[in-house]
Design a protein around this ligand. Sequence first.
Ligand SMILES: CC(C)(COP(=O)(O)OP(=O)(O)OC[C@H]1O[C@@H](n2cnc3c(N)ncnc32)[C@H](O)[C@@H]1OP(=O)(O)O)[C@@H](O)C(=O)NCCC(=O)NCCS
Length: 369
Amino acid sequence: MKHTLEDARAADRAELLDYLQGAFKTNDPNHARFEALYPDLFDATDEAMGRHRVIRENGKIRACVGWYPMRVRVGACEADVYGIGQVSCDPALRGGGRMTALMGDVCEKMERSGAGLAWLSGRRDRYAHFGFEVAGSNLVSGMDARSVGEPGPGWSVEQVDASQLARFWALRNRAAVCEDVPPEKWSTRLTRGGKPHRVFLASRGKDAEAMCVAEADGKDNLHEWAGSAAGLHAIIAHLLKTQPGVKAAYAPVQVDPAARMFWDRAAWSNAALSSLRILNLGALLKGYAPWLAQRVPKGAGVMLRIDENNDAAQLGAPSGDTLALDRLTMTRLMFGPSAPSSVVALPEKSRWLDSVFPLPFLLPNLSHV
Ligand SMILES: CC(C)(COP(=O)(O)OP(=O)(O)OC[C@H]1O[C@@H](n2cnc3c(N)ncnc32)[C@H](O)[C@@H]1OP(=O)(O)O)[C@@H](O)C(=O)NCCC(=O)NCCS
């Protein structure tokens, strides 16, 4: 059956929100409403609602896929990324190919958009079919008062809210891993889930030297952080006076001074935190040019090519060599967790790829969709 796909509009907001809750109730009868979970994604505007591709039948929304554009910075690199969420179909109509039609359509649109990458969180066996691979070389550290220990002297830590954004917005935007997002939208995200996330600043003088967003009271995730590792240490020690633990997921890269602290101070595990889909190799390599410039040996080069659609881009110098892989394997090669030579059998002359990949990438918790 051929399905007709359309963009949701501002006038569809109430219907889409009711529909989504009905669709996700089959996973969890107490599933929260989507406007409470993601208040920043459901403005009553054509622009915000148009991020939802839907199938309408007999006048009613029956299936949906949300695709949300973001720009994520990792150190000096940047990636244009689409977050995929709200993938759903009316419980009465499942198995009729609606999700497949919507995912196929959105993947095609994302490829044409010029963005480099798509992100989602979901079952591998469902989304691998659409080119998404569980990938990423990220770590998760769980810290408690014993592992973190006392901070250095002289720090004061205070809890602030979004009304004081001017005091820490510039600092937040210097985070090693960070989505570029308008401050109003970011402030709305602090209310995700209905219970406000907590923002802390650490200072030794007038200006804040570190900031951290911790999940709402009673929860242990650190969502975002920026500034000095010593200041962040002070914030975490402060949090651990009133809660038993904190947990941080991070890209283990030198661009983030906090990563070293998380890594040094607690037991950690290696965690692929999400699924990624390469949309455009050229866009990806362009965004990661600062990383590549430091790691591709002089004179080395290879043409990377994805079998499924012949998307290709030159990494380093033209050499006549091509590495053609299916999309899932290319995603593993470029984003890990393993080194390229563990992913595919590389000839000796291409082993330099082990010093180039995996590329660091992490979507901060507050940017999840
Ligand atoms: C998951 C969901 C969106 C599927 O919608 P649907 O319209 O029934 O899906 P389709 O008819 O296109 O596909 C039916 C099944 O065949 C699978 N399929 C489709 N084409 C396929 C192919 N070519 N090869 C292998 N499997 C295929 C799909 O993955 C799907 O299996 P799954 O439900 O286990 O993922 C729907 O079950 C739902 O709304 N679930 C509740 C909400 C939810 O969990 N959403 C996902 C959040 S990450």
